[in-house]
Design a protein around this ligand. Structure first.
Ligand code: PRP
Length: 220
């Protein structure tokens, strides 16, 4: 961590589906900055008065910024966090961005049971999570790492199955895929760098309390 950064709290926000949900939640507890927009070309947005810095990061990079202390805290989906396997504190379930990780296959090519897919190819953005899951079932698989549009895998003959997140189920339905195994629930999490959590304990724990109160209020 750069010494001058001690006075700032640096927050990494992920681009994409979680960005505005995270921005709105932080705004409710007074953590705001002018021109904080997902598509901003300026990637660090500072509020000098509140001594806040927001970093606008690519989703998969948020745990990396936080692990290395380039950001003190960050918001990230549990799915990405599980995959990243970074050494960070997970402080709070923020409740939004709910989805689940699962395995899906083409409707018309379903096999009788899960283990019938042993030694087949699985396309996924989450090879670590997938490997952990299949290993726990005693299954060896061939993992094909993809960066998006995972559902294409079985359609174009790249793989027999996918491991991906499902939110509404629309993408699976529109591509004639059926979920055949549940892997894990996911939602947005607040994470913290281990050293920052100690060095900026007062500020971070006050923020966590404020967010908790806000989330409790929203659930009443
Ligand atoms: C995610 C995921 C699925 C889709 C699931 O993709 O990979 O494709 O959302 O959502 P649904 O159940 O509501 O249809 P995302 O939109 O993040 O883009 P990607 O395909 O580029 O990963």
């Amino acid at each position: 961590m750069i010494k001058d950064d001690m006075q700032y709290l640096t927050i990494a926000l992920p681009k994409g589906k979680l960005f505005y949900l995270a921005k709105d939640l932080f705004a409710k507890v007074g953590f705001v900055a002018d021109n904080l927009e997902e598509k901003s070309r300026k990637l660090v947005i500072t509020n000098e008065e509140l001594k806040l810095k927001f970093i606008i990061a690519k989703t998969a990079d948020v745990p990396t910024y936080v692990e290395h202390g380039a950001a003190d805290i960050g918001v990230i989906g549990k799915d990405v966090l599980m995959e990243a396997q970074k050494d960070v504190y997970e402080l709070l379930d923020l409740g939004f961005g709910r989805c689940h990780l699962m395995m899906a296959v083409p409707k018309d090519k379903k096999r009788a049971k899960l283990t019938d897919y042993t030694h087949t190819r699985v396309a996924t953005k989450f090879p670590n999570v997938a490997k952990q899951f299949f290993t726990s079932k005693g299954m060896q698989m061939e993992y094909i790492k993809m960066n998006g549009s995972i559902e294409l895998g079985p359609i174009v003959g790249l793989s027999e199955s996918i491991v991906d997140i499902v939110e509404t189920g629309t993408t699976l339905r529109e591509n004639n895929l059926d979920e055949i195994a549940f892997i894990a629930k996911a939602s947005a999490r607040l994470i913290a760098n281990r050293a920052s959590f100690k060095l900026k304990f007062d500020r971070i724990s006050k923020l966590v309390k404020a967010l908790e109160m806000e989330l409790e209020g929203a659930n009443e």
